[in-house]
Design a protein around this ligand. Sequence first.
Ligand code: HSE
Length: 402
Amino acid sequence: MIQVAVFGYGTVGSGVVEVIDRNNSYVSDNSGDKVNVKYILDLRDFPGDPNESKIVHDVDIIVNDPEVSIVCETMGGVGAAYKFTKAALEKGKSVCSSNKELVAKHGAELIQVAKAHGCAYLFEASVGGGIPVLRTLTTALTAERITKIAGILNGTTNFILTKMEQDGANFSNTLKIAQDLGYAEKDPTADIEGHDTARKISILSDIMSGHFVDSDAVSTEGITKITSSDITIASKAGYSIKLLGLASRNDDDSVGTMVAPFLVAKSHPLAGVNDVFNAVFVTGNMLGETMYYGKGAGKLATASAVVADVIDAARKGSSCMYKGWDDTPVKTASLSDSEYRFFVRCSSGDAEAVKAKFAGAGESITAGSETGFITEKMTQSGFDAVASELGIRILGSIRVYE
Ligand code: HSE
């Protein structure tokens, strides 16, 4: 019998219990022995819940039970989750996590703790929900020098941007719809300001580079300033607007990271990733471009990835461990030298004068009282200089992804 404990009986934690229960024959068969959830750790009681008898409030009951060999950490946060994860690993229990905040902050250390205690720290569900992208990077693409990762990594914002494009709705009304449907949290800051995507792209960058990429240092812009005019004009020009997490690795091994909304040509596969779906576009130096697509959020999709880690840990023990990354901060590449084309939106009456400041800008497209155009490729610092001269005459600007 493989005895499992679950830390946190929220959306993902209850999904983990459900996947282990409903798919028990597959999960047990693939694990090599019967898998059973012995304990669920939560502060709350769940009267009437079918798993009520498994609820415990004291982590020590789990950590000190030698029968428990695997723990699923679906609590979130970096306080108790860090302490409890470390305690379980130090007792030789593998930990399978969906907690991107914890992995982004303490992943390097927790991987080392697991290695030192002959168990595994796995976190497939922390990036891209149910999409098996970390396993792909760490097992299937190991002959590659990964040079670039571009991802739609947040389901909530992708739902909002998709809905704004399809319905011509504004940001705040669409956010409300996302909240009513249960996609966006009551406090949606982490999603809409891009912090969730920054954590996920930093984990992908850790794996790509082998060094620590601080998610707090990722240049991060959210989607709150995107207007329905941006979306309408971009669409007329042949682009969708997507919140992208980007990481690129240069020849000198420096890594540039960024989270921001981008105009993505409708012909690019990332433009077709809609609603709460996620996709990760990976470029390797031998293989070229590949893309991984699927449900990036949601109870059962995310839980399925956690349980796949449980099966890996059950079958392979510490040998299934990610190679990991070291604590040395990665050499960061400056973004101010990077070149982009920029979409610029201004009032229609001022459009020709604003456009004149950007030599070689493309066709003007008007929607109502506002007009947009796309500049030629220019450095970020060059664009910032013109934008600061024009001040509030630029109503909005968005980089073009290429
Ligand atoms: N809030 C996240 C999202 C959940 O919307 O993608 C999955 O990490």
